[in-house]
Design a protein around this ligand. Sequence first.
Ligand SMILES: NC(=O)c1ccc[n+]([C@@H]2O[C@H](COP(=O)([O-])OP(=O)(O)OC[C@H]3O[C@@H](n4cnc5c(N)ncnc54)[C@H](O)[C@@H]3O)[C@@H](O)[C@H]2O)c1
Length: 409
Amino acid sequence: MAGVEAVKRGLGVPVGSLTQLSTIRLGKRTDGRSPLIKDFVPLAGLNDLVFGGWDIYEDTAYEAAANAKVLDKDLLTQVKDPLSAIRPMKAVFDPEYIRRINGPNVKTEGTKMDKAQMLMDDIEQFRKKHNCARLVMVWCASTEVYHKPAAVHQTLKDFECGLMKNDPEIAPSQIYAYAALKSGVPFANGAPNLTTDTPVLLDLARERNIPICGKDFKTGQTFMKTLIAPGLKARMLGLSGWFSTNILGNRDGEVLEDPGSFKTKEETKLSVLDQILQPKLYPELYKDFYHAVRINYYPPRGDAKEGWDNIDIFGWLGYPMQIKIDFLCRDSILAAPLVLDLVLFMDLAQRTGMRGIQEWLSFYFKAPMTAPGLYPEHDIFIQLMKLKNTLRWMRGEDLITHLGLEYYD
Ligand SMILES: NC(=O)c1ccc[n+]([C@@H]2O[C@H](COP(=O)([O-])OP(=O)(O)OC[C@H]3O[C@@H](n4cnc5c(N)ncnc54)[C@H](O)[C@@H]3O)[C@@H](O)[C@H]2O)c1
């Protein structure tokens, strides 16, 4: 929110955002047609965006940004007015799902169904107050503890019954997602929680013609992994081990200290390499490689996280080699452009009549949602091609296959 307000005032460049900076090639390489994506598809403009949200703490967006210390004081002061006006609505929270933090700004009365209704009321009031034509909801809240789909997640009847009976298997994120879908609002999941990966919410999104996507923003270490691993595989280089470790000191790091929340994150972080390297197809290269991911909460670093990767690879005749990556990154600086793009693309998807899982937005996620039975595509370059081809398809342009024989005929 702070970043968009800064960009709107010309105080910074939206680096990292495809919707704001990227071009898209149309037609042949010789055609010279490469408009900006935002000029090619009808995206909402930054000046038309209004932000709102829920949090368990009462801090305004300005206070939260000041406490987080991600942006410089000088910059924040210049966007103080719009950020101070954003007060979080009372959250739906359950300490069984997020264990390391707790706060006062929560809805305490009623069943889970009552809380879902309160969220729907919040959405309607927000829509009216700001005269919004359309809305998008993105889960940017903490990582919930690991849960698998349960009986209550099967059908709408089971789920609504569960909401009324306060079924413990229904997570707060699922109550938000249900409220969004019932209100006709596209929902993106930026955290690794189960949330919409359940039959009931997948069906609800399709029935109501609403786009959904997730999960877990691909920003730092996993982003690096999906750059390097496809390259190793493209050259048929082998992998014997990949050890990833992180230190971070923001609130996300604090929540991930809890083993239940870490388990949720570990699942999405670990899934990537197997899918990219396909050990079943390439047993000589990738069978039984060792893969571990660690995250440690280390307060002195705040949001400036450090991710180390030690990669043991092997080449011709099995000779071993090593790659070391030390990514001194900034969690929120990497995540902000993704959230902006997802808001704009999810809104576009809805206006284009797309519904259910938006696989073309896999580019943004560590564990992309896919149709049941379909493996996710993790290679970032394939994801980017899929995203851009979807935009071409939306506008009736030829898809780009990179065959290119026509240049030599
Ligand atoms: N680079 C990144 O920042 C990045 C990358 C991938 C995934 N994620 C995921 O995105 C999420 C947000 O990350 P962050 O760094 O902004 O975390 P954060 O801790 O700074 O912010 C999360 C906020 O959610 C609030 N919250 C928790 N439960 C809530 C609830 N039930 N309702 C409303 N608010 C609630 C917390 O109070 C907190 O203010 C995390 O799940 C994280 O794992 C972040």
